[in-house]
Design a protein around this ligand. Structure first.
Ligand SMILES: C[S@@+](CC[C@H](N)C(=O)[O-])C[C@H]1O[C@@H](n2cnc3c(N)ncnc32)[C@H](O)[C@@H]1O
Length: 340
C-alpha cells in the first residue's frame, strides 16, 4: 500500500497522537528557575512550532545527530525550535533567515544590538496610540523595525503583525485584557539577553533577510563541511496570507517542493495537513527520480503526521501537522507514521 493510500484510509482521530509532556503554558505560569537549559522566543509567533521541540529532540538523537554542527531555519518567524535546541546544547550553531524585513530586523537587533533593543523595550509606552503609530509606519532603520516588530507582535491579537489583526483589548480597550497584557517587560528583556549571549558566543551564526532559495544556496556554499539539518516551516498552505506579511502562493509552494526533493542535505518540513501537499511532494519526488535516479536521498521524502495544539485567549484547537522529511528514522512515539 502506498503512503498516500494508507494516509487516506486513516481517520483524523487516528492521526492525532499525544506529544508527550509538552504543552503550551502562558508566561506567567513558567518557572524561570527551571528554564536554564531552555529559551523561549520573545515573539508570540502565529503558527509558532514550540510544540515540535520534543519531536526534534528525539529526531536528532535517533539519527545520531546530536550535537549537530548547524541547524538552519529558512522560515524563522519566532525561531521556537532553534532557540530550544541551542539552549539545550543539542545543536552547536543555528542560521536564522526570514524574508519579512520586520522579522529580520528583530532577530538582527536581538542578536547583535541586544542592549539597544532592550533599552527601547524598557522605554516603550504600551498604549493604543503607540500601536497606531507603529502600524502606520514601522520605521526604516533596523533599530526602528526591530522595535516595531516586537511591540506589534506582543500587542496585537495572536501576534499577527499585519492586516485585520487589531490591538489586544480592541480599539476601545473595553475588554478585561488590555493592550499591555502580554507585554511583560522583565521577561522579554530576560529572553533578549539570553539571545544576545548566544549570538555573542557565535552560536547564532547568521541572521539573514533572504528568500528560502537564497538561504539554502548560501548555506550549502558556506557550510558544506558542517553536519547540518534544515527545518522548513513555510507559511500555512491554508490562510497563510492572513497571518504573515510575506505571502506564499501556489507557485512558491511548488518551487519549495522542487527545491526540497532535490536537496541531499537532511531536512524536515512541517505544514498544515492537506492532501494537496502530499500529492505535490509525491509528484515532485517522482519527477526528481526520473530525471536522475539518485537525486532523492534514501528514496522518496517520507510523510508523517503529528498533532499540535494552537491556542488563543478564546479557544484551544487541535490541528494535525504534516511532517515530511528525507531522514530515514523518525521517533515513532512522536508521530503517526504514514508508512504503516
Ligand atoms: C510559519 S512561519 C514560521 C514560524 C516559526 N517556525 C516559529 O516557530 O515561530 C513562516 C515564516 O516564513 C516567512 N516567509 C514567508 N515567505 C518567505 C520566503 N519566501 N522566504 C523566507 N521566509 C519567508 C514569514 O515571514 C514567516 O515568518
Amino acid at each position: 500500500m502506498s503512503d498516500t493510500a494508507s494516509l487516506q484510509g486513516v481517520s483524523e482521530a487516528q492521526l492525532l497522537i499525544p506529544l508527550g509532556d509538552y504543552h503550551l503554558q502562558p508566561i506567567a505560569h513558567q518557572k524561570r528557575a527551571t528554564r536554564n537549559a531552555d529559551l523561549w522566543s520573545p515573539l508570540r509567533y502565529p503558527g509558532g512550532k514550540r510544540q515540535l521541540v520534543p519531536f526534534f529532540v528525539d529526531l536528532l538523537k535517533l539519527n545520531d545527530k546530536s550535537p549537530l554542527d548547524l541547524f538552519v531555519e529558512p522560515f524563522t518567524g519566532g525561531a521556537a525550535v532553534s532557540l530550544h535546541l541551542l539552549a539545550a546544547g543539542l545543536v552547536e550553531r543555528v542560521v536564522l533567515a526570514d524574508l519579512d524585513p520586520l522579522v529580520h530586523a528583530f532577530w538582527h537587533q536581538a542578536c547583535f544590538n541586544t542592549e539597544q533593543l532592550v533599552s527601547d523595550i524598557q522605554a516603550a509606552e504600551v498604549t493604543l496610540q503607540e500601536w497606531h503609530r507603529l502600524r502606520a509606519d514601522p520605521g526604516k532603520t533596523l533599530r526602528e523595525k526591530a522595535y516595531a516588530c516586537l511591540f506589534l507582535n506582543r500587542t496585537s491579537y495572536s501576534g499577527i503583525l499585519q492586516g485585520r489583526a487589531g490591538p489586544i483589548g480592541g480599539q476601545k480597550q473595553q475588554s478585561k485584557y488590555k493592550i499591555d497584557c502580554r507585554f511583560y517587560k522583565d521577561e522579554i528583556v530576560f529572553r533578549l539577553r539570553q539571545i544576545g549571549e548566544l549570538a555573542a558566543s557565535g552560536r547564532i551564526a547568521a541572521v539573514r533577510r533572504t528568500d528560502v532559495h537564497a538561504t539554502v544556496r548560501w548555506v550549502e556554499k558556506s557550510y558544506s563541511e558542517s553536519s547540518r539539518l534544515y527545518y522548513f516551516d513555510p507559511p500555512f498552505w491554508d490562510k497563510g496570507e492572513r497571518l504573515y506579511r510575506k505571502a506564499f502562493g501556489q507557485k512558491e509552494h511548488e518551487r519549495l517542493a522542487k527545491l526540497l526533493t532535490g536537496l541531499h542535505t537532511p531536512w524536515v518540513l512541517s505544514y498544515d495537513y492537506h492532501q494537496e501537499i502530499i500529492d505535490l511532494y509525491r509528484s515532485s519526488a517522482q519527477e526528481a527520480n526520473q530525471d536522475e535516479s539518485d537525486l532523492v536521498p534514501a528514496g522518496s521524502p517520507r510523510l508523517h503526521t503529528t498533532d499540535l495544539l494552537y491556542c488563543n485567549r478564546h479557544e484551544k484547537r487541535g490541528a494535525t501537522e504534516l511532517i515530511i522529511t528525507n531522514l530515514s528514522k523518525v521517533p515513532e512515539e512522536r508521530i503517526n507514521d504514514a508508512r504503516r
